[in-house]
Ligand binder design. Sequence first.
Ligand code: CP
Ligand code: NVA
Length: 314
Amino acid sequence: MKRDLTSLVGLNSKEIDRLFRVTARLKRERKEGREGRYLTGKILGMIFRKSSTRTRISFEAGMIQLGGSSLFLDVGKLQMDRGESVSDTARVLSSYIDGLAIRTYDQSEVEELSRHATIPIINALTDQYHPCQILTAMFTLWEKRGRVSGLKVAYIGDGNNVAQSWLLGAAIMGIDLTVATPAGYEPESSVVRSARGIATISGAKIELMQDPVQAVAGADVLYTDTWISMGQDDESDIRRAAFQGYRIDSDLLEHANREALVMHCLPAHRGEEITSEVMDGPQSAIWDEAENRLHVQKSLLIWLMGDDGIYSAL
Ligand code: CP
Ligand code: NVA
């Protein structure tokens, strides 16, 4: 049966651990110049309704490195934008390509593609979720700390797509997550409820609060993202005012554990949600996380699109 990555819901910790182990192997093979062409002849289609540097380029590069190729499908030139239905598009594309990554606004578009396509559908970011990012954030922690379960992560800022994927990822993997947002910018309550439901299995603690200083006390990781996500440019001024005090700077970092790591999905707005001093400082794992998008997504692509047995043989 085909698998999709529409969100992290439905993934379990064993599957994610396996994804991490394959990722580590692919990364090592690449560094040693002996990487396998595990997706020879496969084609990944990509639809991006929003801008991207990391996601798009790492998927494209990853496909080439694995011996396959990718097709960037310009939405403005697809019949979809002239009214062809998502279901008909899904059906037709399924007969040409082997997988489809989509970055869009509504999560429902990704879910609809997934229902109608017979090929794997990958969520490359929606207003609600960014699963590839959080798989990568957790892999980066796994690589640096040797485990993820039991770590304490403090997410500071907007309760957006990245925060919401963190809620699910932490709940699955047994990470204690505290999300500190200003009032009115909390993650959706339905996502918090799902995360808390999943957390009953892993034992993860999921907390929401408003005080960033309290949130980072005892934290092993501080995470943030832009205050103004794609599609929210009209709210820039209001948001900038609301998020003052939710910046990761060296003062806030002082309140976390001594060797706490700082992470950010990028793109960053230096001086807004994070200072340059912290981004470029010794505790920053931001650049490793950015690089790891490539390795994690390659592992994901092999899992979802590889011929039978290839992924389990790795
Ligand atoms: N972090 C991330 O998804 O970056 P892009 O928007 O550049 O893809
Ligand atoms: N929350 C940000 C993430 C960008 C990768 C956005 O949606 O714009």
